[in-house]
Write a new protein. Sequence first.
Length: 401
Amino acid sequence: MTEAFIFDHVRSPRGRGKKDGSLHSVTPISLLTQILKAIKSRNEFEVTAVEEVITGCVTAVGEQGGDIGRFAAIMAGYSDHVPGLHVNRFCASGLVATNYAAASVMAGQKDLVIGSGVESMSRVPMGFDGGAWIFDPQVTNKIGTVMQGISADMIATKYGFSREQCDEYAILSQQRTKKSWDEKRFKNSIIPIKDHIGRTVLDHDEHMRPQTTMEDLAGLKPSFTDMGELGFDSVIMQKYPDIERVNHVHHAGNSSGIVDGAGAMLIGNKKTAKKYNLKPRARIVAFADVGVDPSIMLTGPGEAARKAIKKAGLTKQDIDIWEVNEAFASVVLRFCQEMDVPTSDVNVCGGAIAMGHPLGATGNMILGTALDELERTGGKYALTALCVGGGMATATIIERV
């Protein structure tokens, strides 16, 4: 099997996913185009050498639809001969796109590929693309579909995480993110995003609220109580009859933020590295996808991590850097509980509670964070994992070289 290496990673800052967010004026294709331009300008390779641009995007309708990566690559000055592929595995789409890019290299079918992700949540709202699992009664009844927030609250209830524990983790995410920005840990990966006249509109993650206190969070009303009372609690409790009632603990302060963002990774083999004088930064060792109960839906990261670790021939003690998407505080707390890994070792640079979760881009972004942190600390292996709507999860292991 051919080895697949990461040569470079870039990402945008994450802008608030609202009409007053700094990236709202930037179209999704412009956002991804600027990322692909940065990959090209930072590395000396012929644009015809890129054999595919694979892009994760969750709500791929309207201006995010139509295989956005294909046309962003053309807008970025790549050859017309570079094909594009759109993938959607909900929140893990950006990581799956990167894994697919690596897989094509590892299979010996491609020499240089870009794995990327984009989501402009201020312009294309989450859920705008519909789906039978949400809107078809026959399907929802079979699956036991509930809102993700209900699932997160069920995780907290079933596995014993209190509102205070979730809030404490949220504060930790804010503190770690601020420290990472203060120490310039993201400086090698983030590029400023510009508007159509070349003016910088955002150069930092603007969703952060580092001044947040436990008292601030205590004043927030749980976000999913009303939905639960409308019937979603009853639906999920049919799957878990041992639970007497769902304890609603999540709110805007301990859940991932809605933001805009994009990221990309340049992946290839040794032959390409030698030809274009590209320096491998990490080797993609293994990746895994799993399915879990589609009702509680967000419990898969631990299983995906174990599967990836087994495929890599490693143990959890070999992992130096752990990145688990902070979709909700209970997701990370359950991962740490299940894997017997202390929260002090997971998401050491902060996460989506503080920085936000641009659905289709997040997996690509946090793999880049893991790569940067491996290089900063001198670690060897990093594992990135994300829970996925509908009851799935994806994990990827990389090795610093």
